[in-house]
Design a protein around this ligand. Structure first.
Ligand code: UDP
Length: 150
């Protein structure tokens, strides 16, 4: 009975995914998006974007006191990124599972970071880590009118 209710109310979520400059430069946007689609997630918004320093600093403001912050911002503005909204059941955790650990050396085989990332800073993808951050991050890039739920 309880499992039925959990299943019945399984949340359709939205999450923000960013294919970072290293993966865009490697020309693997399609290979990464295919993994989202194969896992049952739908791309409901997407575009290439060149972030300004101010935008990258604002997006990663939560990390502004960390020692890697300047390098992270330098990296995120080093070339275009591919920003997407992914939608589906349990989309936030599903995307995190597909991405793998932040450090590609620690990422499970078969994850996006294990297969496409070179280092802990140039690590191919970003994905929202919780419902609250997902809502903020989706709105950072896409007004509701540009998200096409289906
Ligand atoms: N990062 C880094 N060095 C570190 C930790 C993080 O360059 O020691 C960068 C890396 O690009 C990472 C981002 O900062 O993806 C955000 O870190 P977070 O811990 O939120 O990891 P994520 O949620 O991206 O796995």
């Amino acid at each position: 009975f309880i499992l039925f209710f959990i299943g019945f109310y399984m949340a359709i979520e939205r999450t923000l995914s960013i294919i970072k400059p290293d993966a865009v430069a490697k020309n693997v946007i399609g290979q990464i998006v295919a993994r989202f689609e194969q896992a049952g997630l739908k791309v409901v918004a997407a575009r290439l974007a060149q972030l300004s320093r101010a935008e990258a600093e604002r997006f990663y403001a939560v990390h502004s006191a960390r020692p890697f912050f300047k390098d992270l911002v330098d990296f995120m503005v080093s070339g275009p990124v591919f920003v997407q909204v992914l939608e589906g059941e349990n989309a936030i955790q599903k995307n995190r599972d597909l991405m793998g650990a932040t450090d590609p050396k620690k990422a499970e085989p078969g994850t996006i970071r294990a297969d496409f990332a070179d280092s802990i800073d140039a690590n191919a993808v970003h994905g929202s880590d919780a419902a609250e951050t997902a809502a903020v991050e989706v709105a950072f890039f896409f007004p509701e009118s540009q998200v096409y739920s289906r």
